[in-house]
Design a binder for this molecule. Structure first.
Ligand SMILES: C[S@@+](CC[C@H](N)C(=O)[O-])C[C@H]1O[C@@H](n2cnc3c(N)ncnc32)[C@H](O)[C@@H]1O
Length: 468
């Protein structure tokens, strides 16, 4: 029987003592401290942050000493340890990108650094080094990853054939990496009266510095005519949160083009007032960075919406498939819509929760297939739905696991400090905080009643209540 999974991540190449790496490491540690400020298991010691669940889970204050964050996770162990490793890995990826080498020995992927070297480095955390005085400027920026060492943007605004301008990756970008975080020129709701809308926008525009005004006016306008400001807003605004009627217009983010199989996900952080773009899969240097403008559905619905609202015919990798393949994708997209609606039906959640949970599992499989293994933030929503179904019927054990998974996906694709991510984190810690807890006791089960001796396949069957 296996003792457990040895999982974690290594920093490759290791960070230097240079000021740039130090600053980035400080930012990374601040995010970790903020995220775990109320977690008693995470303690800020004199020289490092310690995760009480395992003696090897330490983040030193001196970045050049850090090689590895990893531990052995026992089978069906509380989940907390695995969750720490997942969350800290995601935050590390957002800060250091492809320099973060994630590994999982049970899947045959080993760490980069030698374990003896890792242990020696951990011992050295206890004592601070003598400060090193750099002898030249190059030493302070020494490193091999120019994007992370020099804080260069990961993208470039470039002309993209048939699409006007767009964002193109300058470097390889890791899945879950934060590509850009940007404040809008301004946010606005649309007004029913077009003249009033134009007037309102001209007031907003006048408040901006001249440079920003010029940038705003250079954005693409799909609706040229009497109301140029309104046209620019209609073409470029991104909703401030899913379903919001308020939109934000951005200097750079508004240059990102659409794909029905996007490489990135946009999310609004209502606490900081920033829009964030995270990679939902690995993006190769030179590849276009895309997000999705559509509301899903089969290709004819998407085509209609994109033409009407944005004036283009989509020829993304999905839309340009051969008819037979496109038909298969359309079938999946229709099924996604159908399952989404069924899962969102409150009566059904109350009266047929088992069927709803089956739909969630089916939806997860279809999303994986349609989005080629990277459903991104869609998976976060689905796990959250599964959490709600479980907690509505008093099953705290499954609710906790679903909330953990929803939280992990949110950390990766919307950021660790996004208020939505934090809300899900609280529910993961205490599922009974959810308003639906107590509506029914049909599946009553305590938070601790997560089975421990199951293989991963058996665990998934238990989780989704297969065969119950
Ligand atoms: C928010 S802007 C994106 C940036 C724009 N390409 C530019 O040059 O500033 C939206 C406009 O970009 C163009 N666009 C976006 N995605 C596209 C795509 N997949 N194919 C063709 N044009 C696209 C359309 O003209 C659309 O109205």
């Amino acid at each position: 029987m296996s003792m457990g999974d040895f999982i974690g991540f290594d920093m490759v190449p290791r960070l230097s003592r240079g000021s740039i790496d130090r600053r980035k490491w400080e930012n990374f540690l601040s995010s970790i401290k903020e995220h775990y400020q109320n977690d008693k298991q995470v303690e800020v010691k004199r020289n490092y942050i310690a995760f009480e669940s395992s003696p090897s889970l330490l983040l030193p204050f001196e970045c050049h000493k850090f090689l590895r964050f990893g531990a052995i996770v026992l089978e069906q162990e509380s989940g907390r340890l695995r969750d720490y490793i997942d969350t800290v890995s995601c935050v590390a990826i957002a800060n250091f990108g492809s320099r973060v080498h994630c590994w999982d020995e049970s899947s045959g992927v080993s760490g980069h650094h030698d374990q003896d070297e890792v242990e020696r480095s951990i011992l050295s955390y206890e004592q601070f080094d003598e400060p090193e005085i750099p002898t030249n400027t190059a030493q302070s920026v020494f490193g091999t990853d120019p994007a992370s060492e020099l804080n260069l943007p990961l993208y470039e605004i470039q002309p993209v054939l048939g699409k006007g301008k767009g964002l193109v990756a300058r470097f390889n970008i890791a899945k879950g990496q934060l590509i850009i975080s940007e404040k809008p020129f301004f946010t606005t709701a649309s007004a029913a009266n077009p003249t009033a809308m134009e007037r309102k926008l001209s007031i907003e525009l006048r408040k901006l510095p001249k440079d920003a005004q010029r940038q705003f006016l250079s954005l693409h306008n799909n609706f040229p005519g009497k109301q140029p400001f309104t046209g620019i807003v209609r073409t470029n605004a991104l909703p401030c949160g899913s379903g919001s009627s308020i939109g934000g217009i951005y200097p750079t983010i508004s240059r990102i083009n659409h794909s029905c199989l996007p490489s990135a996900h946009n999310s609004w952080d209502s606490a900081s007032g920033y829009e964030n773009i995270h990679a939902v899969r690995f993006i190769n240097a030179g590849e276009e960075i895309t997000i999705s403008y559509d509301h899903g559905g089969p290709s004819d619905e998407r085509r209609h919406h994109l033409k009407k609202s944005f004036g283009f015919d989509c020829d993304c990798r999905i839309c340009s498939r051969q008819p037979v393949e496109l038909q298969k994708s359309d079938q999946r997209r229709r099924q996604i819509q159908r399952l989404d609606a069924a899962i969102g039906n409150g009566n059904r959640v109350l009266n047929s929760p088992g069927d709803c949970l089956k739909d969630c599992q089916a939806l997860l499989q279809i999303l994986e297939e349609e989005y080629e293994g990277s459903p991104g933030a869609l998976a976060a929503r689905l796990y959250y739905d599964s959490f709600q179904i479980s907690i509505s019927h008093g099953d705290q054990a499954r609710a906790r696991i679903f909330a953990e998974r929803a939280h992990r996906a949110r950390v990766a694709y919307e950021g660790v400090n996004n208020p939505e991510t934090k809300r899900v984190q609280k529910l993961k810690e205490d599922p009974t905080r959810h308003a639906s807890f107590g509506i029914s006791t049909k599946w009553k089960r305590s938070k601790e009643e997560v089975p421990r001796e199951l293989s991963s396949d058996e665990f998934e069957k238990w989780l989704w209540r297969q065969g119950i």
